[in-house]
Design a protein. Structure first.
Length: 505
């Protein structure tokens, strides 16, 4: 059976003393430890009434406990649901209501957020955990259960993961992954050169497909991993050195922070072979500076939550060639197909012509949780998924991304959809109407600009508007700048002309 839990079981039998997790503040965990802990957690989940198809939520920073929970959930046929701790209580409430988890495992610092987000009278089991070495660590809960599992494990076609991604309407959508498709997504990583004992650094949060994918990819490889909760430059650089990291996952915003820190040269990073980056655009200048500073190969990855995070890659050798393709998103990975189509009539466009990027692969999501109509809208009868990204292909199959079809803003690797922010701005008592666009930002790639029309006689103050948003939205979704105008530019049908709101102001 090709499931993540079966892969872990295999490593535990073949190389039980190999370290799976280290550098997280607690003692290293071997694959024997991971396997045994997953059995105990699975027994605890079963004792809480969790069975096939039930959702088990994780609300916490990066930590091996997340991986243990996922492996355990598969052993009772349950679905892991990583939650975004950056969301406001209002946003998280909507996600929880949609997913309906039966069990929550929450790190202590986020317990107040969870309590504020749970529906009244919730009967879900809540397990509050501290750091792994603390008395209230996760092991204090699962240690009371036997290291054995007798429940029905996850099967190939069963749902195994439920990731939430915001839609253009501002309403979160759950992306469902089946067990075998998820392992196929892990297989889809291109032929990177791996040492006999790879060591991975994972910085992206596990509630993102990037962080979750790399964690499960490490389990597939039987690698040693560090799931980093604190992404400060000193912590990242210290971990790279102390763990002898061979492969690191760093978004462009983190690369910018590392380069600007001026501290990279203080650390011996000779073990580092490759950095994989993605999630947001990177400038040629930053890419050159990061490669010079870190002294290793770079690989770019383009993907979405619905595609398991993997569609295209710009390989290490293509970075070394330093040609015009460096500004591209690379070429489709083996097994994936990429087309560019006319956004209106869906006609396949020739190389060089801009349209919507559509993709097809065997590991595409199973669908949106409880939303068959939206799934059918996103994936056509032939299996092509509309990404909503604008772009074009060249004759050699390299993909260039241009203006996003859905007007999504990418800030520090986080997706921000204008409708979400505009819905909140519309609640402000001094704002008549508002439109949100992205504007260039040196560190985050893009930041949110709110263009607002005041109500008569009630001029909104920028700082108050930003604070208002921060009470209702994750901070990365909130505007950094507020521009007050007399009216929003519109076309003849009344649609806001966002292109006229972009650019220097």
């Amino acid at each position: 059976m090709r499931t993540t839990e079966a892969l872990v079981r295999g490593h535990a039998k073949r190389r039980p003393d190999a370290v799976a997790f280290a550098g997280h503040g607690g003692p290293p965990l071997t694959y024997r430890d991971v396997d045994a802990a997953a059995d105990r957690i699975a027994a605890g989940l079963a004792a809480s009434g969790v069975g096939p198809g039930d959702r088990v939520a994780w609300l916490g920073r990066n930590h091996p406990d997340y991986a243990l929970l996922h492996v355990a959930a598969e052993r009772v046929g349950a679905v892991t649901n990583p939650l975004n701790w950056r969301l406001s209580a209002r946003e998280l409430t909507a996600v929880i209501a949609d997913a309906g988890p039966a069990v929550f495992v929450v790190q202590r610092e986020f317990e107040p957020l969870l309590r504020d987000s749970l529906p009244a009278g919730s009967s879900a089991t809540v397990v509050v955990v501290g750091a792994s070495e603390a008395a209230d660590g996760f092991d204090a809960w699962y240690g009371a259960f036997p290291a054995e599992t007798d429940g029905r494990g996850t099967r190939a076609g069963d749902p195994t993961l439920l990731y939430y991604t915001s839609g253009t309407s501002g309403r979160a959508k759950g992306v469902v992954y089946e067990a075998e498709r998820w392992v196929m997504a892990l297989d889809a990583h291109p032929g990177w050169e791996w040492p006999e004992s790879p060591v991975l650094l994972i910085v992206a949060p596990v509630f993102h497909v990037a962080g979750g994918m790399w964690t499960m990819y490490g389990l597939r490889l039987g690698a040693r991993m560090t799931l980093l909760a604190d992404a400060s430059p000193a912590r990242v650089l210290g971990t790279l050195r102390e763990q002898g990291t061979t492969h690191a996952q760093l978004v462009p915003a983190m690369l910018r922070i590392l380069v600007d820190s001026g501290r990279v040269g203080e650390y011996d990073l000779s073990a580092l072979r490759l950095v994989a980056y993605g999630s947001s655009p990177i400038s040629p200048a930053l890419l050159t500076a990061a490669r010079d500073a870190l002294g290793c190969d770079f690989v770019q990855v383009y993907g979405l939550t619905e595609t398991g995070g993997m569609v295209c890659t710009l390989a290490a050798e293509e970075h070394r060639e330093a040609g015009p393709h460096l500004s591209s998103a690379g070429r489709a990975v083996p097994g994936a197909e990429v087309r560019v189509v006319d956004p209106v009539d869906r006609r396949v466009l020739p190389p060089g012509e801009v349209g919507e990027v559509v993709v097809r692969m065997p590991w595409l999501m199973a669908g949106y949780w409880g939303r068959p109509e939206q799934t059918a809208e996103a994936v056509d009868a032939d299996g092509w998924f509309g990404t909503g990204d604008g772009g074009y292909l060249n004759e050699a199959g390299f993909l260039w991304l241009t203006a996003r079809i859905k007007d999504m803003i990418v800030s520090g690797g986080e997706n921000v959809y204008p409708a979400e922010v505009e819905n909140v701005l519309a609640e402000h008592p001094r704002i008549l109407e508002a439109a949100v666009v992205g504007e260039p930002h040196d560190r985050w790639g893009e930041s949110v600009l709110a263009v607002v029309v005041p109500r008569p006689g009630a001029e909104p103050v920028a700082d108050e508007v930003i604070a208002f948003c921060r009470e209702r939205l994750a901070h990365y979704k909130c505007p950094l700048r507020v521009l007050v105008v007399d009216a929003l530019p519109r076309n003849a049908s009344g649609k806001v002309l966002r292109r006229e709101l972009r650019g220097p102001r």
